[in-house]
Structures are given as C-alpha cells and as structure tokens.
Ligand binder design. Structure first.
Ligand code: PLP
Length: 224
C-alpha cells in the first residue's frame, strides 16, 4: 500500500474528535511530501536536527509537532516554527520554551508529557509532580507557553490490558488537571496517545491525537 492509501485508511477510521499526527522520523522528505499531497498536515518528529533540516524543504502550512525528548539547549532551534512541543517533561524545559517563544514573539503550544508506562522506560512528569507544579501556580510564570493538554507513551508491551490501563490513567490525569487547573482554558483539550499498534485502544480510551509512524510510512531503518 502507498503512503497515501495508508493515510486514507487510518483517517477513515478516526472519529471526528481525533486528529492524526504522521510520525515521520528517519523518513526522507519525499515520503513526507507524499503524505502532504494526500492531505496530511500534522507531522511529528523526534529529533531536533532532523526536524530543522526537513522543515525548510516542505510547505509552510505544515504543523510540526516535536514528540521526542527535548534538551533545553536545543529549544532555540525549533522555537521559531514549531507548532506544538508534545514532550514537555520538566519545569526547566517549560521555562526555556517560554523564554525562546518570547524571543520569537510567539506563544508555543505544549503538551505535558506524563509518565504512564508501567515498565518505567519513558520520560515525563510523574502524575503527582505535575499537580504540585501546576497547583502552586508556577506555570503562570510562562505566558508564552500555551498548555494544550497531555501526552503519554505506553509500555513496550503487546498486552492489550496493560496498554488500556496506561491510557486510561492518562485520561484520568487529564480530567483532573482540566477540573483543577485549566477549567476555563479552552485550549487545554488534547490527549495525545496511541501509536501504530494500539491507536484503536487509545481512541476507545479518549485520545484526541494519535501519533502513527510505521502504519503510514513502513518500518524504520535506523542504520541507513
Ligand atoms: C516513533 C514514535 C511514535 C510512532 O510509533 P509507530 O509505532 O511507528 O507508530 C509515536 N510516538 C512517539 C513519541 C514516537 O517516538
């Protein structure tokens, strides 16, 4: 199947409340172009250098989401153009995003990455820490950051019940944050969860953004 056919097949399965992030890490610009030509507008990349080299070669109306772990010293490279940083996983990083957004006269959308994987293999705020940081109101010190929701990665597990519990946890964290902190902020509305092999489960558990790579572009080859 072609990239365009894969995208059509996936999009046709998504409820209207769910948007597709095409995860294009390691894939050449031509593959992204093919996805773009079939109507895809949101692309997710993991690595700053790769994102910065692809961005100028592709149309300006693409929404670039950074989904990989971001080091504070690299925020400056993506701040001029990134649409959303989904992997905001520390207060220090949020502070840097705010600073670089201000320099570029922008407000940058972020998702709070929450650690939900039971195998402990991922980055992210511990759910309780997120609360503390937000409850104390320190996030208000970052006016050039717009808090748009949460993001999570499940365990490397093919056990459906584990994945489901993890995604359910993320939805609960979102609901709590929404009720306690962001009740009046319409922007706080996204739950980014679900990848190629489990996006159906994620949608059932309340995802609004699915991040799909392999099922669109095929397997990745990191040695190329
Ligand atoms: C690579 C990646 C994805 C996509 O994974 P696939 O299994 O290829 O769909 C989604 N989210 C993050 C954070 C990733 O790093």
């Amino acid at each position: 199947m072609s990239i365009a056919e894969n995208i059509q097949r996936i999009v046709s399965q998504l409820p209207a409340s769910v948007r597709l992030v095409a995860v294009s890490k390691t894939k050449p610009v031509e593959a992204l172009r093919e996805a773009y030509d079939s109507g895809q507008r949101i692309f997710g990349e993991n690595y700053v250098q790769e994102l910065c080299s692809k961005h100028p070669l592709l149309p300006a109306d693409i929404e670039w989401h950074l989904i990989g772990h971001l080091q504070t010293n690299k925020v400056k490279y993506v701040a001029p153009f990134v649409s959303c940083i989904q992997s905001a996983d520390s207060e220090k990083l949020l502070k840097e995003i705010d600073k670089e957004a201000r320099k570029n006269d922008r407000v940058i959308d972020v998702l709070l990455e929450i650690s939900i994987a039971s195998d402990g293999s991922k980055f992210g705020f511990e759910p309780d820490d997120t609360f503390l940081f937000l409850k104390e109101g320190r996030y208000r010190l970052f006016p050039n950051v717009r808090f748009c929701g949460v993001m999570g990665m499940g365990s490397f597990s093919d056990t459906e019940s584990i994945t489901r519990i993890e995604y359910r946890t993320l939805k609960i964290v979102f609901n709590k944050l929404k009720a306690a902190i962001f009740k009046n902020e319409d922007a706080f509305s996204e739950i980014s969860m679900g990848m190629s092999y489990d996006y159906h489960i994620a949608i059932e558990e309340g995802s609004t953004l699915v991040r799909v790579g392999t099922s669109i572009f095929g397997e990745r080859n990191y040695n190329q």
